[in-house]
Design a protein around this ligand. Structure first.
Ligand code: HEC
Length: 216
């Protein structure tokens, strides 16, 4: 069975590769006499931010599902019979645990910032626990407001320090009861937003991606 799946996967990848080659060839040949190299094929910024978002979300979900959840339940068995003796907690550095998914996400964004200036990403929220997640720029404030209301991504150009960015905010929703419980009872949340009680499926914040672009 596994072999069949593998064969199908290989075939699918093969087909995609053929499709991409065809697309590139078509574009390369469409220059009516002029030579057009494949490196000139641009991908629209709204597509690029979608691709980045897909990877970020996939990694965060995989970390939650395959690391954090396995600390309390291993292959369906409760923790006492599990093998990993650790806990995902906010104070993971003090307790010898592992970071919460939101912290892991932030740590990743900090590492990315050390390695590239190509683009930046992070979490933001109107009801932020961590100060660095507060919507700052005019775009961030407007985008977060829109996303809170519509539950849909918000994308636009913005300028920061003379550089133009294509920026996008994707909703981060309460997909599990744990999101709601932990945030609603967090001491910082209780102090700052005593009247804000998240319920399931609420927009709790957003994932922001900033892509520098040349507007010539
Ligand atoms: C066990 C507690 C806990 C759980 C469960 C949890 N969070 Fe958080 N969340 C936090 C903490 C603590 C932070 C601040 C992390 C940091 O310092 O960067 C945070 C940060 C965030 C932020 C960024 C804004 C802010 O508050 O700083 C968003 C958005 C967010 N969480 C959404 C979610 C969603 C959606 C879920 C469920 C899929 C979830 N959280 C589950 C504790 C939790």
């Amino acid at each position: 069975m596994k072999n069949i799946i593998r064969t199908i996967k290989t075939r699918t990848i093969g087909l995609i590769a053929v499709a991409v080659t065809v697309a590139f060839t078509a574009i390369a040949c469409s220059g009516s006499g002029t030579t057009q190299s494949t490196t000139e094929v641009g991908i629209a910024p709204e597509k690029v931010v979608d691709y980045i978002h897909t990877v970020l979300l996939a990694d965060r979900t995989a970390y939650t599902k395959h690391v954090v959840n396995r600390l309390t339940k291993l292959e369906g068995k409760e923790k006492p019979e599990g093998v990993v003796d650790a806990e995902a907690t906010e104070g993971w550095q003090e307790t010898g645990g592992v970071p919460l998914p939101a912290q892991m996400f932030r740590l990743g964004s900090e590492v990315a910032l050390e390695n590239t200036t190509e683009f930046t990403y992070g979490l933001i929220s109107t009801w932020n626990i961590n100060d660095s997640h507060k919507p700052q720029t005019e775009f961030e404030q407007k985008a977060m407001e829109e996303v809170n209301q519509t539950g849909e991504p918000y994308k636009d150009y913005q300028e920061i320090g003379g550089q133009t960015y294509y920026s996008a905010v994707y909703p981060d929703k309460a997909v599990a009861e744990a999101c709601v419980t932990c945030h609603n009872t967090h001491p910082v949340h209780l102090e700052r937003y005593p009247d804000k009680k998240f319920t399931m499926d609420d927009v709790m914040g957003g994932i922001i991606i900033n892509l520098p672009v040349d507007q010539s």
